[in-house]
Write a protein that binds this ligand. Sequence first.
Ligand SMILES: Nc1ncnc2c1ncn2[C@@H]1O[C@H](COP(=O)(O)OP(=O)(O)O)[C@@H](O)[C@H]1O
Ligand SMILES: [Mg+2]
Length: 283
Amino acid sequence: MKPRYSGKVREIYDVSPEELVIVTTDRISAFDHILPQTVPGKGIVLNQLSSFWFRRTQSIVPNHILSERLEDMPAFFQQESFRDRTVLVRKLQMLPFEFVVRGYLFGSMWEAYRQGLPFCGYQLPPGYQQAEKLDAPLLTPAIKKETGHDEYIDMATLEDRLGSTLTHQVTDICFQLYNTCAEYALSKGILIADAKFEFGMDQNGTLTLADELFTPDASRFWDLQAYAVGTFPKSLDKQLLRDWLQAHKENGQLPDRVPEEILQVTGERYQRYLQQLVGVQIP
Ligand SMILES: Nc1ncnc2c1ncn2[C@@H]1O[C@H](COP(=O)(O)OP(=O)(O)O)[C@@H](O)[C@H]1O
Ligand SMILES: [Mg+2]
């Protein structure tokens, strides 16, 4: 079976008119490039984390998961290589937006702020430092673009596109998701600086949470112990890889391959997230 879509990390299979199968591979990207090497077990960690959060947030919003059991998937997926990294999901009519909730001033919002520019229509008061916690989390939506470079928009534009009822519903859900899960993660020593959500409509027109949820690929995770305002907190997962690639640039070109040891330590860091947040180790 051929995937209908091959993302940077995941493979999406069309298995029936109502269902998709999503397989999370061990691929890893850095600086928007997919490495030719993989991080063994990474896909399992991402999938298990997503599944954990989907279960925990069911009372906030229905989600796309139909089954996590390999036995429930079409015959093609009945192979050990798919175990623990594969989910059967409800095929949705996706909203063409990424809903990013930011609890901390960092990344592109910080870049705009230090130049005195508004970001998604928000003009924050002076005095914030890099990585500082915002007074209250903010929703900074973006329109999904085929090119992969999403375009940030303000809330008024979102409302124009979605209508006010749906905009308010989505906004409310996004904040509930972020607040509940960031609070839980904090109690486990992980700071969730921001998070990206995607939604779709099911066949009855019910707003449904989709894609992946609070994985380090869709969220920014910081180690609480290493966090300090005014600094550049490093994401545990990819920082080692990014630093190594940066340090080994030649003529501005990133190297093709990284040492096995870097991949192995990176894999251990992903596993640590699972251990810390879910309290399980990958089989
Ligand atoms: N339940 C769903 N129904 C339909 N599309 C979905 C569902 N869940 C996720 N998707 C879409 O599947 C795609 C997954 O691609 P992804 O692995 O994120 O690749 P990339 O982000 O690198 O393009 C996204 O376009 C996402 O919107
Ligand atoms: Mg994606």
